[in-house]
Design a protein around this ligand. Structure first.
Ligand code: PMP
Length: 325
């Protein structure tokens, strides 16, 4: 089995026991928040690096704050728990971690305050969420992005993902690969689970936080890598729908999507209609960085799940005594 144990409310328990009641508040009302974090196996297959775990857990703390939730673990503790989880599951492959904090009361009545919060983290093996090579055909969605005063997009709120689900299903059912959502006033916001970048007149451009985007960890990574590695400053500014059609390049980015070039939007080829050079370069650098191939980023961004081993040793499977704790 790929997932042996799950962290739930202070304990590592067998995955088969990590269950909630049908009466759970978070299940009925979407009153929860979560993260999606990737762990990448290193080239020598001896290590799994969790990418920017700290930043993901900082965002989880912010989501909890917005939802009136208590998260009784510090960022450092959550990072440590995540490495432990991968070791308990003996995962020596690319993985996806899903921390989830939710209102756990078994009551009827919608509200945020005065309820008890539960936390779980599970880890599952995961490859590509979408094809990162062929170039996507995206459609501008008829569903508008949720507004900060409706369901704040800067918090990764479970219930808010209904908005993404409407947009994604509409896109797929209409023959596209992914949706691009606009804000209520018609500016480009983001994909269903990705931030968006354009190359316009040679400049990297991305919508600012005020366009109801989730402030992506990958978005931040792209901005930093573009500056440090390519000497390109990203302009955070409002983007009109038709700028999408005029861009030389467009790509989506996110923990799941990684760096995914877009080559067609609403049946119009983007630039040459092939994956553009800046998107390809950023993608190449990103994959090197997340797999820990770049020492200058590894220390800060890549948390090793396993103790560092001498280069001749084989990966060690940890004791899993806590499985039944
Ligand atoms: N926007 C939305 C709506 C998302 O769900 C995600 C995925 N978490 C992103 C953007 C990208 O965020 P990140 O790079 O932190 O994964």
């Amino acid at each position: 089995m790929d997932t042996k144990v799950v962290f739930m409310n202070g304990k590592f328990i067998p995955a088969s026991e990590a269950k909630v009641s049908v009466m759970t508040h978070g299940l009925s009302y979407g009153t929860g928040c979560f993260e999606g974090i990737r762990g990448y196996m290193a080239d020598d297959k001896q290590q799994v690096y969790i990418f920017r775990a700290r930043e993901h857990f900082e965002r989880l703390h912010r989501s909890c704050r917005i939802l009136n939730m208590e998260l009784p673990y510090s960022v450092d503790e959550l990072v440590e728990l995540s490495t432990e989880l991968i070791r308990h599951n003996e995962q020596h492959q690319d993985v996806y971690l899903r921390p989830f904090v939710f209102k756990a009361d078994e009551i009827i009545g919608v509200r945020l305050h005065g309820l008890k919060d539960h936390i779980t983290i599970y880890s599952v093996p995961m490859g590509n969420y979408i094809d990162t090579e062929k170039g996507l055909h995206c459609g501008v969605s008829s569903w508008r992005r949720i507004d900060d005063n409706m369901v704040p997009a800067r918090a990764k709120i479970s219930g808010g993902y209904i908005n993404s689900a409407f947009a994604k299903s509409e896109a797929i059912q209409n023959g596209f690969d992914e949706a691009i959502m606009l804000t209520a006033d018609g500016h480009v916001s983001e994909g269903s689970a990705e931030n968006i970048f354009l190359v316009l007149n040679g400049e990297l451009v991305t919508p600012p936080p005020s366009e109801n985007i989730l402030l992506g960890v990958t978005r931040d990574t792209v901005i930093e890598l573009a500056q440090r590695e390519l000497g390109r400053i990203t302009r955070e500014r409002s983007v009109d729908r038709t700028e999408l059609y005029c861009a030389e390049e467009v790509f989506l980015c996110g923990t799941g999507a990684q760096i995914t070039p877009v080559t067609m939007i609403d049946h119009r080829p983007i630039g040459s209609g092939k994956v553009g050079p800046i998107s390809a370069e950023i993608q190449r650098i990103y994959f090197d960085v997340v797999r820990g191939r770049r020492p200058e980023y590894r220390e800060e961004w890549c948390t090793p799940a396993y103790p560092k081993l001498a280069s001749s040793s084989k990966p060690v499977s940890p004791q899993v005594e806590a499985q039944t704790a």
